[in-house]
Ligand binder design. Structure first.
Ligand code: C2E
Ligand code: CA
Ligand code: CA
Length: 507
């Protein structure tokens, strides 16, 4: 079992590691981009705000610096977190600033003139000047003759990003488009750049682009899971899945043991469901449906074990056990002298070799039953890998006078090719379509198509799952006479069928 569980563990581990890593990066990128986007918006809004404040102020030549006007400047600066300093300057003589402490506006003037200046419109300018290690300082100016207002913008927007993440791990440039372009720079990045993000906001009078770069350290800040946590998570997921597969395998193995026991004690028995000709009520044959009769007498229905039996290949031996009993039952029913048939469900595996054919021949011979009293039913739902091989095996059955019915016609994928390549003689119309009689279900049209296809292709039809007389009548009108369904009888044991035949005069 370890040979199966270990590779499952390894595969799930690698897959979950990859998936977690992918999502971790995906969400880190998303979060980082969201923050950067917000940063860009804050910066853009700060520019607009500064511009608006400057526009509200009177012409700088008319500005009188006194206690009340200084208060007004302080109020603007106080109310707007983006603004660090607001000042006005008339030539060299008069200076006034939002902060009461002495500010050397002259120094500003020099810096501005020495830096890059960007003309926004008529008398409005943006200027950026380096602050050495601390990045750039951004000023907005409203100028008139020899008088100017200055607004110094605080590059606060970036602080919160850098603060939480790491020191010296983020670099950013805001590029304000126009003639000439103006670059507003944050501090330089230290170490190798790992993330890079570009975004643009073009609205109003400022057209701003953001270029953000961060180191691996900064990127890690955005990752929800560290590498160690990712590995631990992947280990937990892989262990859980491996444990689950171990449990499932154990259940499967014990199921296999129980079914092998059931085979040994011959617990698989055939039930028979009559197939009746609705024109005269006569029994024409029966479908063989397996039941598992446990030691305590309880009956297990096929849906509880047939899928597993088909999966594991045990269905081959189960069918052989059935055939053995069916052949004896048919002799007891006296069908050997009639045209009545027992239809046995087979799976594609039965047609891959001659094993089933040989077994069936041997049973018939041993009991004196003509093979033509047995017919085969194969479902359209299961895929046949090699139609040529299956067709060849079937030839041998046909040579004995046996025939093949296509079960669940219209529900699977093999339909047309099975009919063409396998020599199907009869279509079994599934209950799913019979149920649409007297209803407005869209599948009703499929029922019509199956019937007309069968008739035009000279195929016989048997309607399955027919539960009431009105369905029988409808099918009769459509030319479908052979009926298998609760309307006539449910599947029953061989003994019960003998009684049923007596009561219905079909012996
Ligand atoms: P299936 O081959 O399509 O068999 C018809 C199923 O429809 C049977 O269920 C039958 O009891 C049920 N049925 C027939 N008439 C009516 C009706 O009027 N109303 C309702 N509600 N049901 C009806 P069952 O016996 O439970 O078998 C279920 C499935 O198990 C079969 O479907 C077949 O796919 C599989 N199966 C049964 N026996 C064998 C077997 O020996 N070998 C293989 N490979 N599969 C088998
Ligand atoms: Ca069937
Ligand atoms: Ca069916």
């Amino acid at each position: 079992m370890l040979r199966i569980v270990l590779p499952i563990f390894a595969t799930v581990f690698v897959l979950s590691l990859g998936t977690l890593h992918y999502f971790n990066n995906f969400y880190a990128n998303k979060a980082m981009q969201n923050d950067a986007e917000q940063l860009l918006y804050q910066f853009h809004d700060a520019l607009l705000e500064a511009h608006q404040i400057l526009a509200e102020l009177p012409n700088p030549t008319e500005f009188q610096c006194n206690e009340s006007t200084r208060k007004q400047l302080s109020k603007y600066s106080f109310e707007s977190p983006a603004i660090r300093l607001l000042g006005v300057m008339h030539g060299k003589e008069q200076q006034c600033a939002s902060e009461s402490m002495h500010i050397d506006l002259d120094h500003y003037q020099q810096r501005i003139m020495g830096g890059d200046i960007h003309n926004i419109k008529s008398d409005y300018y943006l200027a950026s000047a380096g602050l050495g290690d601390k990045g750039d300082d951004l000023l907005m100016i409203r100028s008139h003759d020899d008088s100017r207002y200055f607004v110094s913008l605080d590059p606060f927007m970036v602080n919160h990003l850098v603060e939480f993440a790491c020191v010296d791990c983020l670099a950013y440039d805001f590029v304000i488009a126009g003639e000439p372009e103006l670059l507003f720079r944050g501090q330089d990045i230290v170490g190798e750049s790992h993330i890079e993000y570009r975004s643009a906001r073009q609205e109003g009078i400022f057209d701003v682009n953001l270029h953000l770069r961060g180191t691996k350290e900064f990127y890690n800040y955005y990752q929800e899971l560290s590498m160690v946590t990712t590995i631990i998570f992947a280990l937990i997921v892989a262990s859980l899945i491996a444990l689950l597969s171990y449990r499932l395998l154990a259940i499967r193995q014990s199921m296999e043991r129980v079914m092998l026991d059931a085979l040994k004690f011959s617990e698989f028995v055939p039930f028979y469901q009559p197939i009746v000709d609705s024109r005269n009520g006569e029994l024409v044959g029966a479908e063989v449906l397996v039941r598992w009769k446990r030691k305590d007498g309880s009956i297990v229905p096929p849906y509880q074990f047939v899928p597993y039996a088909e999966d594991s290949g045990l269905i081959i031996e189960i069918t052989e056990q059935l055939i053995d009993k069916v052949v004896k039952d048919l002799m007891q029913f006296g069908w050997n002298n009639t045209n009545k048939f027992a239809s046995v469900n087979i799976v594609p595996e039965h047609l891959e070799s001659k094993r089933f054919f040989n077994y069936l021949c041997k049973c018939c011979k041993l009991n004196g039953l003509p093979p033509k009293n047995i017919s085969l039913e194969i479902t359209e739902r299961l895929q046949i890998d090699d139609l040529a091989v299956a067709g060849k095996t079937l030839e041998a059955f046909y040579d004995l006078g046996m025939s093949l019915k296509l079960d669940d016609a219209g529900t699977g994928y093999g339909g047309f090719s099975y009919i063409q390549e396998l020599g199907v003689s009869t279509l079994k119309i599934d209950k799913m379509f019979v149920d649409t009689i007297n209803s407005t279900d869209v599948k009703h049209s499929v029922l019509g198509s199956i019937i007309s296809f069968a008739q035009s292709s000279d195929l016989g039809t048997i309607a399955e799952g027919v539960e009431d007389e009105s369905q029988v009548e409808y099918l009769k009108e459509q030319g479908v006479y052979l009926i298998q369904g609760y309307v006539y009888a449910k599947p029953m044991s061989a003994n019960d069928l003998m009684t049923w035949m007596k009561v219905h005069n079909s012996g």
